[in-house]
Structures are given as C-alpha cells and as structure tokens.
Design a protein around this ligand. Structure first.
Ligand SMILES: *Cc1c(COP(=O)(O)O)cnc(C)c1O
Length: 282
C-alpha cells in the first residue's frame, strides 16, 4: 500500500519497477535506453505516448505546447490504419485530434496497412501502426513503414497491446523492424497474463515521455524516471511489480513457451473450424 510515485515514497517499488522496465526492454528487444512507464491500460499508455509524440513534433517546430497550448499551434497530422484499435481512436479523440481529421491508411486483404497506398507523411505526422490487430492478428510492415516515416521526420507509435509479446517468442519475425519506432504501447494484462491494470508506455527518446508527463511539485520532486513522471497517475500502486514477478517467474523461456502454445492452440482452433466448413481468412 505504499504510494509508488517515486523513490522517496517507496524505494522497493522504484527498484522493482526499474528492474521490470529493464527486463521488459530485454525480452521485447527494444532500445535498452528507452523509458518505460507502467500505467493502467494500453488506452492510458497510448494516450501518454501520443501526448509525447505531439509535444515533441511541435517542439521541433519551435512550438511549446506546455506553455502555449494548441490554439494557433502548427497542425499535427495523424495517420492511422483503417483497422486501428478503438482505444487508439479514443485517445486521439480525447486529445482533440478529431476523428474526421484522421488520415486513414487503407489495409490489404490481411488487414495490414497497404504500403503502396499510405497517405502522405511529413515532419508534422504521427503514424500509428499495430503489432497484432484484434480481428486478423496481423502485424503492419514495420520494416517498410518506419524507415519511410523517419525519412521525412514523422513520429511512429506502435500499438502492441498483445502482439508485441510475439517478439519474445519464436514468432519474433512478425515484429521485424518494430524496434525502430519512436514509442510503443503494450499490456501486461494480456499476453503476459498479469492481473488487470497493468500496461506499459515505452519511448525511445530520453526525456521525452518524462517531460510530457512530468508532475513534480515543491513537496514532491522526483527523478526523471520516477513513475509518476512517466504515467498519467500521481498517486499510484506499483503496476510494474506484477510484470517483474511474471518475468522473474517465467523467464525468457517461460514467456516464449506461453506465446507459442497460445499460437499453436489458435492454429488448432482454426483448423477445427476449417474442418467444419468455415473459411479462415488469415
Ligand atoms: C486490448 C487492446 C487495446 C486496449 O488495451 P486496454 O489495456 O484494454 O486499454 C489496444 N489495442 C489493442 C490491439 C488491444 O488488443
């Protein structure tokens, strides 16, 4: 019941969450100096990542959103997949992007963004990709899309609520190139099977997430990587501890086995359905 806002309030939480963040970056093979915030949900963590993305893109254009807000700010464009998850749309809507103003990337027959029909990207664009689409299980073509986005200065965010964990298994190839993105969201309460209220906002740019989410006050100054400076919550329980416990218990092999078994079972269900006359689309 300690308030896990930062080291001063709960050294044990700060230590375990720091360790959980490090292990997470290792098992998901993401840039090791990325920042990891443990929030309530992929919805909340996506919100944090998109806030960070918008703030950074505006900053690069000399606009200080913290002080000057959005009125009169350069427009930030958002490109989302036709199949983007409802919670990404919700985060964008809550942030004031306006659903009508989203640039929708058409998908191919498998549910991946069609690389040949991608809307225009530029240095004012946030491109939202997916690792694991809920209807088809599909992964966007990160190796093609992320370098193209970076070549023009766009920010790439990846919703990997469940699918990012494929990276910790023999199915890692599905996520090839995803490590080049600017930010990622994933859940603990899906494939890692932690209790609910456990998700992660991950950002590769040092200081970007912590500046966007900072909540320091005279009576409560904490380090950049204090969890209250990486998430929406100020008072919080240490959501990273279940991640630490799951990874400590399962280890790399345990996580890989869990993911691979689930995929084997999904294939078994698919083949059973096919036997009874269903058409399997993907
Ligand atoms: C479940 C899910 C989300 C939302 O995650 P919550 O933790 O429920 O907010 C977002 N994207 C995808 C692909 C999901 O499967």
């Amino acid at each position: 019941d300690q308030c896990a806002s930062g080291w001063d309030n709960s050294p044990v939480s700060a230590t375990l969450e720091r360790l959980a963040g490090r292990w997470l970056l290792e098992i998901l093979d993401l840039p090791r100096d990325s920042t990891v915030g443990f929030g309530t949900s992929a919805t909340a963590c996506t919100l944090s990542c998109l806030v960070t993305a918008r703030r950074e893109l505006l900053l690069r254009q000399g606009w200080d959103i913290d002080q000057d807000g959005l009125a009169g700010a350069p427009e930030i464009r958002v490109v989302v997949s036709e199949m983007t998850h409802i919670t990404v749309k919700k985060a964008l809507r809550v942030l004031g992007f306006g659903l009508r103003h989203l640039h929708v990337a058409p998908v191919n027959g498998r549910g991946q963004i069609d690389v040949t029909r991608l809307p225009v990207l530029d240095h004012r664009t946030i491109l939202c990709l997916q690792a694991g689409e809920v209807n088809t299980g599909e992964f966007d073509d990160f190796s093609a899309l992320i370098p193209a986005a970076h070549a023009v200065g766009a920010w790439v965010h990846v919703d990997g609520a469940f699918g990012l964990w494929a990276r910790a298994s023999a199915l890692k190839a599905l996520t090839e190139g995803v490590e080049k993105a600017d930010s990622w969201t994933t859940d603990g309460h899906k494939w890692l099977n932690t209790p609910y209220d456990c998700a992660m906002a991950i950002c590769r740019h040092p200081g970007a997430l912590s500046t966007a989410m900072n909540a320091d006050a005279a009576y409560s100054v904490a380090s950049q990587d204090a969890q209250k400076n990486l998430t929406l919550e100020f008072s919080r329980r240490p959501r990273g501890i279940p991640v630490w416990a799951a990874l400590r218990t399962l280890g790399r092999e345990g996580v890989a086995t869990m993911v691979e078994q689930h995929c084997a079972l999904a294939l078994q269900i698919a083949s059973g359905l096919q036997d009874t006359g269903f058409e399997i689309l993907n």
